[in-house]
Design a protein. Structure first.
Length: 254
């Protein structure tokens, strides 16, 4: 699936499912992402021998993002984080760049970008209060969480490729899982608000969290297991392809 996300960016027909469609509007805050989607088109079926040149172009833009990311905040920082992740995946899946000194440094830079973006917030204040947030604010945190989950999966892939053990990202504990398809694809404020009101009604007892897809604690009792299974099933009913992928991966690995 991660390979397909790189292909989506390169082909330019649709954005990967961790980039919200509303982010694709041309604004100064989305500049790193806009440049990314234009630049990676050069990686679509490169001529033999041109992969090195394409990789050098991508690497220069990655360096630019990293050097400038401390001047970003909010939406611009998310855009930079997403663009850098896309560049890493394109380098690996489309340009056949095996992990080398640049790539390993790039992954460390990616983690720093993720940390900087996360410090701006991974949940809206309204979400924490079980209220409906502003649509624009929700788009930012939902896209950020999806990008973060994707980065962890990509990092685990690279670790496995190097024969190293993967790990459970316990620092993600408590984060809401990917939203329903209806919330993610809503294209109008009223449509999204209506869907979010239904979501709040469906999840009165609290958000479905990423750690609910992890192995159950050894001391959990039977009633808690039944409740946990019920919540997983309810979440699965309304997923988009990103949530389905995440569930499949966690089911296989945990």
């Amino acid at each position: 699936m991660l390979k397909s996300y790189a292909a989506m960016a390169v082909h330019g027909q649709q954005a990967p499912p961790f980039v919200h469609p509303m982010q694709l509007t041309a604004t100064s805050e989305s500049a790193p992402l806009s440049i990314c989607f234009s630049l990676v088109r050069i990686c679509d079926e490169p001529l033999p021998g041109s992969e090195v040149v394409a990789a050098e172009v991508v690497q220069r833009e990655m360096n630019n993002i990293y050097e400038e990311h401390r001047t970003y905040d909010g939406v611009a920082l998310l855009s930079a984080f997403q663009a850098y992740l896309i560049y890493c995946m394109v380098m690996y899946f489309r340009l056949s760049q095996e992990p080398n000194s640049f790539f390993r440094q790039a992954m460390m830079n990616l983690q720093e970008l993720a940390s900087s973006s996360s410090r701006c917030g991974l949940m809206c204040v309204a979400e924490q209060r079980r209220a409906r947030p502003k649509w624009e604010a929700w788009i930012v945190v939902e896209a950020k969480r999806r990008t973060l989950f994707t980065m962890y999966l990509f990092d685990s892939l690279l670790l496995a490729q190097d024969g190293l053990p993967t790990y459970l990202g316990i620092e993600l504990q408590g984060l809401p899982c990917p939203s329903s398809k209806a919330l993610w694809i809503a294209r109008a404020r009223r449509e999204w608000e209506a869907s979010y009101n239904l979501y709040l009604t469906d999840w009165l007892e609290g958000d479905f969290r990423i750690d609910e897809l992890w192995p159950a604690p050894p001391d959990i009792d039977e009633s808690a297991i039944i409740d946990r299974t019920r919540r997983v099933d309810r979440w699965l009913e309304k997923l988009d392809e990103f949530g389905t992928m995440l569930f499949a991966v966690t089911s296989c690995t945990h």
